[in-house]
Design a protein around this ligand. Structure first.
Ligand code: SF4
Length: 295
């Protein structure tokens, strides 16, 4: 799946028409900023595979891409495997999967890799290069060496289809150097596509990335919240320069109280109905239903 940046997903989907499957709200982690923490959900954590496939079958010709997220999709690894197999056998849709690589992925490594083999794109939530801090952020205990396992995943899948995402949050990132160090170390591990993200809906941990990097960026809402950042010539750690693609995902004033809307945002609000491209996007829940307001 080709990922384009310098765009807002709320204007038009940069990757084409899409169904996002909210596979489960269950997750073994307890990140303080989790958007699923307060999500009441659809009264079930366990995905109803038959119902999901039935709905997917109805809409499959309307879309190009399927994203599978949670919660943590691998919590229900058997059901996930059934779904991914069905998509690959019955459609030509691209699959993007989001995961925090919980312990079950290591315990059931073979099954985990079988599923990854069928996905076109994998987004791994890395949190922090220090495995101790990473566990602290997740509020959970990892039973394997994360960074070693990431290397194994990259070796198995190839680095092109993997994106490592790092949430830049308080109190673990205090300076520009903390960001550069994390990005470079994961890059040296083998990640070629790295996304650093501002945290939305969680004002207490929010960090303004351009401010911390001491760079100027245009307003995320009016100019695009997803941007490829190429000015990394001085991003070096242990004598090794960063040699991948770096993306910055920012939070606009819609999602955080730390951003103030400006005149460009106002102009865009007034005119976007004329210019925003129409696309099909739907969230398919774990019970197989698509909420009408999401289509
Ligand atoms: S890993 Fe993701 S889904 Fe799980 S608790 Fe953290 S933010 Fe929520």
């Amino acid at each position: 799946m080709k990922i384009r940046y310098g765009v807002n997903t709320c204007d038009h989907n940069p990757n084409g028409n899409e169904i996002l499957i909210h596979f489960t709200k269950a997750c073994p982690n307890k990140c303080s900023f989790c958007i699923d923490k307060t999500n009441v959900g659809v009264n079930t954590k366990k995905p109803d595979i038959d119902a999901i496939i039935k709905t997917l079958n109805i809409y499959k010709d309307k879309v190009k891409n399927i994203s599978i997220s949670g919660g943590e999709p691998f919590v229900f690894i058997d059901e996930l495997e059934t779904l991914v197999n069905w998509i690959k056998e019955n459609t030509s849709l691209n699959i993007l999967i989001f995961t925090s690589v919980p312990n079950i992925c290591y315990d059931k490594k073979e099954q985990f890799f079988n599923i990854l083999d069928k996905c076109d794109s994998i987004q791994i939530s890395l949190q922090h290069y220090s495995e101790v801090i990473s566990d602290r952020i997740r509020n959970s205990k990892t039973i394997f060496f994360r960074n070693d396992f990431y290397k194994e995943i990259i070796k198995h899948c190839g680095s092109e289809k993997i994106i490592g995402s790092i949430n830049i949050i308080k109190p673990y990132f205090k300076t520009k150097y903390d960001i550069i160090r994390n990005v470079c170390l994961f890059n040296q591990l083998g990640f070629k596509n790295i996304k650093i993200c501002e945290m939305f809906d969680a004002d207490d941990v929010y960090i303004d990335i351009p401010k911390m990097l001491k760079i100027k960026m245009n307003n995320p809402f009016s100019w695009g919240c997803k941007t490829e950042y190429t000015n990394t010539y001085d991003w070096v750690y242990n004598g090794k320069p960063f040699d991948g693609h770096l993306y910055i995902k920012r939070s606009c004033f819609y999602r955080t109280n730390h951003q103030k809307a400006n005149i460009w945002d106002f102009i865009k609000m007034c005119t976007r109905w004329m210019f925003a491209k129409k696309y099909f996007f739907a969230v398919l829940h774990e019970n197989g239903e698509i909420a009408p307001y999401w289509i």
